[in-house]
Write a protein that binds this ligand. Structure first.
Ligand code: FNR
Length: 190
């Protein structure tokens, strides 16, 4: 079987190291996973006054999340937390009340920064938000990536064998996790 994975890059920047990391993850992932980016750039800032006439980019985001078997967040850490554009996207996906698109959706959280902490604090914030939204998360392995330009090529090639092995292992565990959650979500599962 193949599984449709929607990935969200939490940075809007042209030179985003997290976009490079996302390319690397797509290359290293198991064959069963097929990837589509879920874009967040065109979303307006969330305002519940807009909910009555749901904006088209927000509707598109909800449709993309709902039609994905799993969601992978590849995102930087801003001031030790979730980048505003990504939090905005998650807020849109969670609305309107009672129609949270992330419920029971298997998720993975990974991120890169130039520093040694590798987005760890942001990931803790993401776990709180996704827990509240009832989204199961891959708990282990964790992946805190210190981005070194000599290791990652712009097209996602990974030049260091141990980094490539680690990211391949992460994606293989993520794939197994998505399969487990989908099985648990299936009608009739006890
Ligand atoms: C940062 N950066 C950063 N890095 C980090 O490890 N922890 C942090 O809390 C922050 N905070 C932060 C805030 C803001 C507003 C900016 C713009 C940057 C540095 C950040 O990791 C670096 O700019 C990355 O290159 C951002 O990822 P993308 O956009 O290249 O994917």
């Amino acid at each position: 079987a193949t599984y449709q994975i929607g990935y969200v890059v939490g940075s809007l920047s042209a030179g985003s190291i997290n976009r490079v990391l996302a390319r690397a993850l797509v290359r290293l992932a198991p064959q069963e996973l097929e990837f589509t980016e879920i874009p967040i750039r065109d979303l307006p800032l969330f305002d519940y006054d807009l909910e009555d006439d749901f904006p088209a980019p927000a509707r598109a985001l909800k449709d993309a999340v709902e039609s994905s078997d799993g969601i992978l967040f590849v995102t930087p850490e801003y001031n030790r937390s979730i980048p505003g554009p990504l939090k905005n996207a998650i807020d849109w996906g969670s609305r309107p009340w009672g129609q949270n698109s992330f419920a029971r959706k298997p998720t993975g959280i990974i991120g890169a920064s130039p520093g040694g902490i590798g987005t760890a604090v942001m990931q803790a914030s993401m776990r709180s938000v996704l827990s509240f939204l009832d989204a199961p998360q891959l708990n282990a392995p964790e992946a805190y990536v210190t981005f070194r330009p000599e290791v990652f090529g712009a097209d996602g090639e990974v030049r260091d064998a141990s980094t490539a092995d680690f990211l391949r292992h992460y994606m293989s565990e993520y794939c197994a996790f998505v399969q487990r959650v989908l099985a648990a979500n299936a009608p009739g599962h006890i």
